[in-house]
Design a protein around this ligand. Structure first.
Ligand code: CTP
Ligand code: MG
Length: 229
């Protein structure tokens, strides 16, 4: 029997660095941003069902849009939490009976099927996979505008989503983080804290996260020129 895979699409953030309007509802060629990562997750055969984690403000709007778009795999739209980690944890606790989970930021609309498939393929074997890209710039640790240390660039990677985990492993990792009141900026760190090996798949520079207005300009430029075709 095949392993059951849940996709979690995160859309519960406030988008404070973007501004007043909801960044995931911005227009991209006639559809809101969130349509694109959802449609890509929907196309990946390995993913059985999808849960969307939303903030209260757009929960009903999303439910209606999903009906209209006729996506087949969306199991539910649920409410997120204060931090990204709380939103993921909510989704993990609400649904069980899956063997694996693929977690993706709704704010990364340029994700392609191929990268998701590579992450899943590696993840089924390794149980904990994150995606990322090697850094291009030199990274230094700075305190009060003074350099503390220069980090070895050849070992530094920028970490993105998708991230893929064995369900029981990531649930355990989130349970422990909750217990310790630990907050991390991705899900991988929570598994690292269990001293369980986490592996990396090389992602794509283009899989940017819409954080500020500039990012939306780039994403629009690409999508209008057929990047997702
Ligand atoms: N996210 C979430 N729940 C939260 C916070 C973030 O589901 N409580 C989601 C966002 O919707 C986004 C992804 O996690 O798809 C990555 O987060 P980020 O880019 O930081 O988005 P926001 O938190 O919305 O933006 P900001 O940090 O600028 O407020
Ligand atoms: Mg945030």
């Amino acid at each position: 029997m095949g392993k059951k895979i849940l996709g979690i699409l995160l859309a519960a953030g406030k988008g404070e660095r973007f501004g007043e309007e909801d960044k995931l509802l911005q227009d991209l060629m006639g559809k809101p941003v969130i349509y694109y990562p959802l449609s890509t997750l929907e196309k990946v055969d390995e993913i059985d069902e999808i849960v969307i984690v939303s903030n209260k403000e757009k929960e009903n709007l999303l439910k209606n849009l999903i009906k209209e778009w006729n996506f087949k795999k969306v199991r539910n739209v649920i409410e997120g939490g204060k931090e990204r980690q709380d939103s993921v944890y909510n989704a993990l606790k609400t649904f069980s009976s899956y063997d694996y989970v693929l977690i993706h930021d709704g704010a990364r609309p340029l994700i392609k099927e191929d990268l998701i498939k590579r992450v899943i393929q590696e993840g089924l074997e390794k149980k904990a996979i994150i995606s990322g890209i090697p850094v291009k710039d030199t990274i230094k640790l700075i305190s009060a505008m003074r350099v503390e240390r220069t980090l070895p660039r050849e070992k530094l990677w920028q970490i993105q989503t998708p991230q893929f985990f064995e369900y029981s492993l990531i649930l355990k990792a989130h349970d422990k983080a909750k217990e310790d009141e630990f907050y991390g900026t991705d899900d991988g760190i929570l598994v690292e804290r269990l001293n369980y090996p986490v592996y990396v798949v090389e992602g794509e520079w283009w899989n940017v996260k819409i954080t500020t207005k500039e990012d939306l300009f780039l994403v629009r430029w690409l999508v209008e020129r057929g990047f997702l075709k």
